[in-house]
Ligand binder design. Structure first.
Ligand SMILES: C[S@@+](CC[C@H](N)C(=O)[O-])C[C@H]1O[C@@H](n2cnc3c(N)ncnc32)[C@H](O)[C@@H]1O
Length: 298
C-alpha cells in the first residue's frame, strides 16, 4: 500500500520536512517551498516558519509575520511539473493529459519514452503505468537526465522501481524489447519509426509530440511510407481559462497560443500493410519538388 501510494506520487497525512509544498498568497501568486526543519519562507510581507507547517495537514491557511495569509497545499502533478527545475522545455499539463489518452497509456503497460528532458512527461507516464508497468526513458544529454532523475525522485519520494532511465541516444543504442506504447518528445521522431516498429506489439500505439508543422509533416509521412501503421492522427489542444466574476464572465485574455502537436498511429501485425486510403491526396498536396520523408521505410 505504501509503495503503491509512492508510485502515484500522492503523499497522504501531515506535511513533512523534505516535501515541496505550494504557498499561495491573496493575489494568487504561488511560491514553491521545500520544507526544512527550522526553515523560513521570506516575503516582502514577512516570514512564514516551516515549523508552523510541518506535522500539519495541507489545506490550511497560515499568516506571515507581516499578517499576509497563505494557502498551504501540496502541488498537484500538473502544478509540480510547471514549477520544478528544468533543463529542456517541459510538456505542459494539457498536452501530457492529451498524450496519455491519445497513446492509451494503461496500468501495467510497457512504454518507451524519448527524450526524458526534465522528466515532466515521465512523471505522468510513471503514474499512468502504475506499479505493474515498465517505463524505459532515453535521454541523450547527461545534464538533462540528471535533472529528470531529481524531479522524478522529488515527485514520487523514491526512485520508482518501474523506471529505467538510460542516458543514451535512442537512435544509437536502442535495444530491442517488446513494447505496448512508444511516446516520443524529441527533435526528429521520424528517424526512430522503423526501429521502433520492430518492437511495438501489434495494436501498440506510436505517439510523437512535436512543436512545429515541419516536424509534424515529416513524422506523419514517414509513418505512412512505412506502411506498417494505421493512418496517423494529428491533433493539437488549446485550453482557454475563463474569468468568472459576477456579470463579467468571459474568456481570460492570457492564453498559451501554441505548444505542440500530438501524432498517433497504431502498429499493424507483421506482414500486414495498411489498406489503401480511399481518399486520394488533393492535387498539389505533394508539390513537384517534394522529396518524400527522409527516413527509409522499415
Ligand atoms: C523537449 S525535451 C523533452 C521534454 C520532456 N518530455 C519533459 O516533459 O520534460 C526533448 C529532449 O529530447 C532529447 N533528445 C533528442 N533527441 C534524442 C535522441 N535521439 N535520443 C535521446 N534523447 C534525445 C533532448 O536532449 C531533450 O532533452
Amino acid at each position: 500500500m505504501a509503495e503503491q501510494a509512492q508510485l502515484s506520487g500522492v503523499r497522504l497525512g501531515p506535511l513533512q520536512a523534505g516535501e515541496r509544498i505550494t504557498l499561495t498568497d491573496p493575489k494568487g501568486r504561488r511560491h514553491s517551498v521545500l520544507l526544512t526543519e527550522g526553515g523560513q519562507f521570506h516575503t516582502t510581507k514577512g516570514a512564514v516558519s516551516h515549523d508552523d507547517l510541518i506535522s500539519r495537514p495541507e489545506g490550511i491557511v497560515v499568516s506571515s509575520t507581516g499578517g499576509t495569509q497563505f494557502l498551504v497545499m501540496r502541488p498537484l502533478l500538473g502544478e509540480f511539473t510547471v514549477s520544478m527545475p528544468r533543463g529542456a522545455a517541459v510538456v505542459y499539463p494539457k498536452d501530457a493529459a492529451q498524450i496519455l489518452m491519445a497513446a492509451d497509456v494503461f496500468p501495467g503497460a510497457r512504454v518507451l519514452e524519448a527524450g526524458a528532458g526534465s522528466g515532466a512527461l515521465t512523471c505522468s507516464l510513471l503514474r499512468a503505468i502504475g506499479p505493474g508497468g515498465r517505463l524505459i526513458s532515453y535521454e541523450r544529454r547527461e545534464d538533462f537526465a540528471a535533472i529528470a532523475q531529481r524531479n522524478v525522485a522529488n515527485f514520487f519520494g523514491v526512485n520508482p522501481s518501474t523506471w529505467d532511465l538510460r542516458v543514451a541516444d535512442l537512435l544509437e543504442s536502442f535495444t530491442a524489447e517488446a513494447l505496448d506504447r512508444v511516446v516520443l518528445d524529441m527533435l526528429a521522431p521520424w528517424e526512430c519509426v522503423a526501429a521502433l516498429a520492430e518492437v511495438l506489439v501489434p495494436g501498440g500505439v506510436f505517439c510523437a509530440y512535436v512543436a512545429t508543422t515541419t516536424q509534424l509533416a515529416e513524422t506523419v509521412e514517414t509513418l505512412r511510407v512505412h506502411s506498417g501503421f494505421t493512418e496517423p492522427l494529428a491533433t493539437e489542444s488549446l485550453v482557454r481559462a475563463w474569468h468568472v466574476e459576477g456579470l463579467a464572465v468571459r474568456p481570460r485574455h492570457d492564453m498559451v497560443g501554441h505548444t505542440g502537436f500530438v501524432i498517433t498511429a497504431r502498429r499493424l501485425a507483421p506482414g500486414f500493410t495498411a489498406p489503401l486510403r480511399k481518399r486520394r491526396p488533393a492535387r498539389g498536396a505533394y508539390g513537384n519538388d517534394y522529396q518524400g520523408p527522409r527516413s527509409q521505410p522499415g
